[in-house]
Design a protein around this ligand. Structure first.
Ligand code: EPU
Length: 350
């Protein structure tokens, strides 16, 4: 049954199979598609069941339905982009939560704006980007977030949070810790007009060289290099269901990283959040445990990247979760390192 009201649409018993990039079956008792975020206060004040804690769905590319969501699912589908103003040597650009992230990156590059080129082709929406502070090829989105606009359910009103207030960290933010409080409805970015390419991440400079780019690359060329690397390494969710990296790279104390390196000199180790910690490559740890390309029925691990769990067709979320738990247990047993999922797990606890 469908019901319409100003700014949103309610769908009962909605299938979510096509709304999650793993492509696993799931149903929502109530799906609310919000076409105008201005409708949120009215929606919560009148149409939403009392005390409802809706699951907010972006592109569905960073979650695993291990079961059906218990309550209301909210999808923000508004999709406008505007340049608000010029601020010195940069532009302030605002995009609605429902805009597809990669479309937004292309839009900014097409207008000569820089900063997001290393984040090309990340699946998902603009609204989801600050929640897990998306990052790739040495850049995190927090570096370019000017303001996050969100509906604050506690106050019943919209708030504007600057980057400091968002408490960004590696694949983390305030929004992950208060999932029932804030609903991101738009993000403002500060994007410089002059580009300072960031090519330090392994493989990026080599890719540009292979493309025949000489001298300082343009932002659009960096984006093209990133797209080429991602297409080669990461399976396309439209072809093979997946949610990108399934595990976060674990952050461990410096002493533990050094001890592991002595025993395993090939282990890639990156800068941690401070001088006393280091980030380890979860992909390498999983790969060493022999999981890459592993398949059990339709649940498996990508043959091109050990960090990516894949659905070969008809895997259930629970099957994928079960596989993920065994992968983590084997890494724990072999290396003494706990790895944790990056996507949100719905309908089960990790
Ligand atoms: N590696 C292996 N086996 C593999 C894949 C990688 O041993 O199958 C090792 C290699 O030594 C490689 C290292 O792991 O040099 C790092 O691999 P990669 O450059 O692919 O990066 P990652 O740490 O596995 C992170 C992000 C990705 C992001 C890439 C590129 C996380 C959890 N993942 O992956 O983000 O695209 O860096 O910047 O931080 C995502 O979050 O969904 C995602 C795909």
């Amino acid at each position: 049954m469908n019901a319409s009201a100003g700014g949103y649409r309610i769908i009962e018993n909605a299938r979510l199979d096509a709304r999650n990039s793993f492509g696993v079956p799931a149903r929502a008792p109530l799906l609310v598609e919000v076409t105008r975020s201005e409708a949120l206060p009215d929606l919560f004040a009148s149409a939403m069941p009392r005390g409802a804690k809706p699951l907010v769905l972006g592109g569905g590319s960073n979650l695993l339905f291990a079961g059906d969501p218990a309550g209301v699912v909210l999808a923000l589908v508004s999709g406008g982009i505007q340049t608000l103003r010029t601020d010195g040597d940069a532009s302030i650009v605002r995009a609605d939560a429902g805009v597809i992230w990669h479309d937004f990156v292309l839009w900014t590059l097409g207008r000569g704006l820089c900063g997001l080129e290393n984040l090309a082709l990340i699946p998902g929406t603009v609204g989801a980007a600050p929640i897990q502070n998306i990052g790739a090829y040495g850049v995190e989105v927090r570096e370019h977030v000017h303001v996050v606009e969100a509906f604050d359910r506690e106050r019943g009103d919209f708030v504007r949070l600057d980057a400091d207030a968002c408490a960004f960290a590696y694949r983390d933010s305030l929004f992950k810790h208060a999932p029932d409080r804030y609903i991101v409805n738009a993000v403002g970015f500060r994007l410089p007009h002059a580009c300072a390419p960031r090519l330090g991440y392994a493989g990026l400079a080599e890719e540009l060289q292979a493309m025949g780019v000489e001298g300082t690359p343009r932002a659009s060329q960096v984006a093209e290099a990133v797209i080429r690397i991602r297409r080669r390494k990461l399976p396309d969710p439209a072809v093979l269901g997946n949610a990108g990296s399934f595990f976060k790279n674990p952050i461990v104390p410096l002493a533990q990283a050094e001890a592991l390196l002595t025993e395993h000199p090939g282990l890639p180790v990156f800068r941690g959040s401070d001088a006393d910690s280091r980030k380890l490559s979860a992909a390498w740890l999983i790969d060493q445990c022999g999981w890459k390309g592993h398949r059990e029925g339709d649940a498996g691990v990508s043959a091109t990247h050990a960090l990516v769990l894949v659905n070969h067709g008809h895997a259930s979320g629970l099957q994928l979760l079960d596989l993920a738990r065994r992968i983590a247990a084997s890494v724990q047993e072999r290396f003494g390192v706990a790895i944790e999922p990056e996507p949100r797990i719905v309908g089960a606890t990790w």
